[in-house]
Write a protein that binds this ligand. Structure first.
Ligand code: ZN
Ligand code: FE
Length: 256
């Protein structure tokens, strides 16, 4: 299986997975990068998986469906261009001979879902849309901080080797905030160098892994004393009121 992040718009990735003959794509915000990749790789589109309703994840669906007749799978609780197979947490999807388990991960949007394949080779795979980013997480547009934190907890509990396929290249910006919040994290400091090098060479910082995110992502580490102290120093009233996670998320919204 070949896993390829197809750049789209300014900083989106449309993930493609293929076995040399058949392919799936996740969150095609636009069709052209997918059509180009299908031709380049010499593969047929077997399925389109969608995590949530935002246009930068759904804008290419109609054109791809028309061009390939591939079926579309998406979140039951959100409206995406019909027809599509509606999925909720606990459902499974079989694509490319692999079984993907659907997880409900609300917070960024109310009906956001993720796709997890525990048996993927060489390691498990997670397509998490705009829920978890490397060193960060999605903004809360429709859900609550408690919902998003719970969703991230479900993802963080997956096997450490799980490849995390996020849909935006936000890593360097997220790392800047992560270092502000947890300056004494040596793993984080080392990861910043790795990611800067990748970006300097025009390469994606993704996929990440769950183990990596547990070690460096402040939104998965709110119980770490340094991070809790940073949140308190930033806004003690907010921490007392809403907790560390909500305070970090709010802080990050304005952080430059
Ligand atoms: Zn989104
Ligand atoms: Fe997005």
């Amino acid at each position: 299986m070949t896993l390829i992040p197809l750049p789209a718009f300014a900083d989106n990735y449309i993930w493609m997975l293929h076995d040399g003959q058949r392919a799936l794509v996740v969150d095609p915000g636009e069709a052209q990068p997918v059509l180009d990749a299908l031709r380049r790789e010499g593969v047929q589109l077997e399925a389109i998986l969608v995590t949530h309703h935002h246009p930068d994840h759904t804008g290419g669906i109609d054109a791809l469906r028309n061009a390939t007749a591939a079926p579309v799978y998406g979140p039951a609780r959100e409206s995406i261009p019909p027809p599509f197979v509606p999925l909720e947490g606990g459902a499974t999807v079989q694509v490319l001979g692999m079984i993907f388990e659907v997880m409900d991960v609300p917070g960024h949007t109310r009906g956001h879902i993720a796709y997890h394949c525990a048996a993927a080779q060489p390691s498990p795979l997670l397509f998490c849309g705009d829920t978890l980013f490397s060193a960060g997480c999605g903004r809360i547009f429709e859900g609550t901080p408690a919902q998003l934190q719970h969703s991230l907890g479900l993802l963080a509990a997956l096997s450490g080797a799980t490849r995390v396929c996020c849909t935006h290249e936000y890593t360097l910006g997220n790392l800047k905030f992560a270092q502000e919040v947890e300056p004494d994290n040596a793993t984080l400091i080392a990861y910043v160098d790795v990611c800067r090098q990748l970006r300097a060479n025009g390469l994606p910082t993704l996929p990440s892994t769950i183990a990596q995110e547990r070690a460096i992502n402040p939104f998965l580490r709110t119980e770490v004393p340094t991070i809790a102290a940073s949140a308190k120093a930033h806004d003690a009233a907010s921490v007392a009121d809403q907790g560390v996670f909500a305070t970090l998320r709010e802080w990050k919204n304005h952080y430059r």
